[in-house]
Design a protein around this ligand. Sequence first.
Ligand code: 5RP
Length: 209
Amino acid sequence: MKLQLALDIFNLDEALGLAEKLKEYVDIIEIGTPFVLEYGLEAVRQFRAKFPDKRILADTKIMDAGELESAAAFKAGADYVTVLAVTDIATINACVETANKYGKEIVADMICVEHIPEKIEQLEAIGVHGIAVHTGVDQQKRGRTPMDDLKVMKTYSKSAEISVAGGISLETVPAYAALNPDVLIVGGGITNATDPVQEAKLIYEKISL
Ligand SMILES: O=C(CO)[C@H](O)[C@H](O)COP(=O)(O)O
């Protein structure tokens, strides 16, 4: 199981410094959506330059213009680019074809998808590389978690790599890890911790057992 660190913080130098301290416990560095909105793909370029050996995910949450937008993120140095699973299948397909051209991967973010089994079938039929179970920040405020959706995902998915995100913390890691996703995504649970390095180390150790 891999650990993906979601960086949704706004200061680029601060984020680069934090990632440097956490890098030995992190498999994938996610340049979060708020971060991409603040800095554009320059954030991806800077992370690529500073961490040449790390996997980098650009959380672009693409909704349209799949080829153009995913190509821009891959050219900036992303290994993984996200597209919203709720969008038109033609957009997702364009992202997948572009990723294949660059030898990279697309992760479809399942935020707000209502019929999960049908969507998984559609996504896997066009060769999406990864599918992310995701309870968004605003949904989390209403007490939702990604746990039930992850159970459905694990029941129905056949080929895609499965990741899970949405308010996961050191305390809840064991329950998610027990369902064996391929990638566990943690943002605020690490970046807002009193000691982010210690928190990342403990989470990493829990999923590496
Ligand atoms: O994509 C996101 C928000 O849309 C976040 O990066 C993702 O939810 C992980 O962050 P957290 O662990 O803080 O929920």
